[in-house]
Design a binder for this molecule. Sequence first.
Ligand SMILES: O=P(O)(O)OC[C@H]1O[C@](O)(CO)[C@@H](O)[C@@H]1O
Length: 268
Amino acid sequence: MQVIIFDNAQQVAENAAEWVAELINKKSNPVIGLATGSTPISLYHELVNKYKAGELSFSNTTSFNLDEYLGINEINQQSYRHFMNENLFNHVDINKLKTFLPTCNQGENPREQGLDYEDKIAQAGGIDLQILGIGANGHIGFNEPTSSLASRTRIKTLTQQTLNDNSRLFAADEFQPTLAMTMGIATILDARYVLLMATGKSKAKAVKDMVTGPLSAVCPASSLQLHENAIVLLDKEAASELEDHEYYVWADKQNVKINQEFGLYHNY
Ligand SMILES: O=P(O)(O)OC[C@H]1O[C@](O)(CO)[C@@H](O)[C@@H]1O
């Protein structure tokens, strides 16, 4: 696991955008795994800016999102489809027919729908680069603590902590889903590269558990310790509980070539 610490959240977003741009510019049919939540919004903003500046095109990109709520449809403003349209898809040249979220239609077998999602990922050639955030309880996607490390796309019940953390996004009288369809931990680990972004003090404990804690389903993000190409981009606050800082890379504005040093130029 490569941990890179930046001064602030904006630098995390800018650096993450470079990783994504490299993939998209380098590979003829890139497949990217996308995340929702507050953290990647600034990444998507950077990508839209790069697109508008003519620095990248999403026309050949296929995307798979980590998760989607159950019990609301995709035109609901709280759906992750709506989130992706608003924050990325509507502003770039991606073919929406090649953007996938793990939906679960009522009346159809959830297990089969999970397997279908896995099949779609496989047919696309697998995920080249998976973007991740992290929950304050260490979840990735909606794989809540105690999720099986061998899990694949399926329905998960959200924990009270996650519901509380996300309640800020829902009006008092609005329906807040308690179930979601999510890629499993094993699905995430199948990606060739994983890029996890974490910013803010509220993530510091989860980051510590992920990076230095035992490999444990209690902190699903600790599973990334098993991944050969996991990159963790942090701001100082999210890194504030990491000890032995000499093990990590500190980036600063002068060190803009950090990606080259740490092998951004990969063979996708
Ligand atoms: O970035 P936030 O809003 O703190 O969310 C943390 C995580 O929880 C989720 O919203 C649940 O999947 C993730 O998308 C996100 O990475």
